[in-house]
Design a protein around this ligand. Structure first.
Ligand SMILES: Cc1cc2nc3c(=O)[nH]c(=O)nc-3n(C[C@H](O)[C@H](O)[C@H](O)COP(=O)(O)OP(=O)(O)OC[C@H]3O[C@@H](n4cnc5c(N)ncnc54)[C@H](O)[C@@H]3O)c2cc1C
Length: 414
């Protein structure tokens, strides 16, 4: 698309998911757009996402699966700005990316199964709409001057623009180019930054209870308890050499990180193995007093045998005992290990291993209808830079797409 020289100029800093979406929509609304990126290619997180398949959206949107320390009302307004069917239509009809639904996990992927297709198609659409790419440029200062925004790299002016969109991401996976430098730029301008910490990150345990189980994976319901607050996630669970990982663990990891950072003494992490509830265990005939199975015979049928052995040891129940012969106390200890199994947590992996950043620019700093700053006219924010993140399952890309689009369209308006 040709852009007339009288068009409103928009600079977007950061060619990640949010920045590219923002540039595409600003250019689509007629602005003269430049996208400034510190790496030589951009969109590196898209390439490594979803194990190289890029889980670009959730199948349906559950607003409870977004987290923020700012106002939930503001968050909801932003999330509702681009309904999921319209986002899907954009990807299929405008970006030319066929989508495939994975019903079992409730995730949406490109039909090609290749994250590179998502990146390449979005970059091509941005270029086709006339977006100018300025790569290998790390923005070190932004300042408002005479109704324009001045963008500098190490004291040199790179660009001047009528409007500026900041899409520099958070601190997670710094090898992809996102190291929090955008947050530092905004802190310098006086913005409130909600303290950041790694989220969707594996947890560590220094307890020997589960040592030697690395590699065992199963479905589990994980509950994080901190005082009266309970956070719950169901999904894949993985024992690692140093602790726990898998989607269910990642999803509640922010609660563990917060508890560790605040030295909370009463934080607990509990597992309900194979998501079989207490009632289901108690009511199952096989577990009952008439069962002719041994403890090992039943538990190893439902749970990977090495884990089952460990649980029986923790419950102090002899694996070869008949279930029918268990004492009441043995039965209760076994139930506890199966549905309220304590997982000692001693730490967490940092930004190198985290999928997202919790915290960021406080949502009170923006107008949720436009993503414009409440402090400076012509300055917009989008993506992981903001104080919000989502659960595993395409929620974080949804946030990047929705906020990027809104910021880009608003920035293009006079
Ligand atoms: C391993 C991994 C797997 C993931 N998988 C999924 C998934 O399957 N589904 C999902 O929904 N989410 C996933 N995520 C999360 C998702 O990738 C991010 O939430 C999303 O990409 C954030 O987009 P963003 O544009 O806000 O930030 P980023 O993608 O971090 O982009 C920011 C861009 O700004 C650039 N930049 C930073 N500072 C400057 C500067 N000063 N000057 C110029 N440029 C700068 C960076 O180089 C980068 O290109 C995953 C994350 C990781 C790390």
């Amino acid at each position: 698309m040709r852009v007339s020289s009288s068009a409103r100029s928009v600079a977007v800093i950061g060619a990640g998911a949010a920045g590219v979406m923002s540039a595409i929509h600003a250019a689509g609304a007629g602005a003269d757009v430049a996208l400034v990126e510190r790496t030589d290619d951009g969109c590196r997180k898209i390439l490594i996402s979803g194990g190289g398949r890029c889980n670009l959206l959730p199948l349906s949107l559950d607003e409870k699966k977004f987290f923020t320390n700012s106002s939930r009302n503001t968050l909801k307004k932003i999330v509702r700005s681009w309904p999921l069917p319209a986002v899907r239509k954009f990807f299929e009809c405008e970006a030319g990316i066929l989508l495939a639904d994975e019903l079992e996990t409730e995730k949406v992927f490109p039909a090609s199964g290749r994250a590179a297709v998502v990146r390449n198609k979005l970059m091509s659409l941005a270029k086709a709409r006339g977006v100018r790419m300025i790569m290998n440029a790390c923005v070190t200062r932004i300042l408002p001057e005479g109704g324009k925004w001045i963008i500098e790299e190490n004291g040199k002016i790179i660009l001047e623009a009528d409007a500026l969109v900041i899409a520099t991401g958070g601190l997670a996976a710094p090898k992809t180019g996102s190291d929090g430098s955008g947050l530092a730029l905004l802190e310098e301008l006086g913005y409130e930054i909600v303290p950041t910490f790694p989220a969707l990150t594996p947890l560590l345990s220094d307890s020997p209870i589960y040592s030697g189980l690395a590699g065992i994976s199963l479905n589990a319901a994980i509950t994080a308890i901190c005082g009266k607050k309970r956070t719950f996630a169901v999904g894949g669970f993985l024992f690692t050499h140093r602790g726990y990982s898998g989607p269910a663990v990642l999803e509640i990891s922010h609660e563990a990180v917060k508890a560790i950072q605040n030295s909370e003494k009463n934080f607990r992490l509990l597992a309900d193995w194979n998501s079989i509830s207490e009632e289901e265990w108690r009511e199952s005939v096989e577990f009952g007093r008439k069962s002719n199975l041994t403890v090992a015979g039943l538990i190893s049928r439902k749970i990977p045998s090495r884990l089952a052995e460990r649980l029986m040891k923790i419950a102090c129940v002899n694996p070869s005992r008949l279930l029918a012969h268990l004492t009441r106390a043995e039965r209760e200890r076994l139930i506890d290990c199966l549905v309220r199994c304590e997982l000692p947590v001693s730490g967490y992996l940092g930004y190198d291993s985290a999928e997202v950043t919790a915290g960021g620019v406080a949502l009170s700093e923006i107008n949720p209808k436009t993503m414009e700053s409440r402090r400076h006219r012509g300055l917009y924010f989008c993506g992981e830079l903001l104080d919000a993140f989502g659960a595993v399952g395409g929620y974080n890309f949804f946030w990047a797409w929705a906020t990027g689009r809104l910021a880009g369209m608003s920035a293009a308006k006079k």
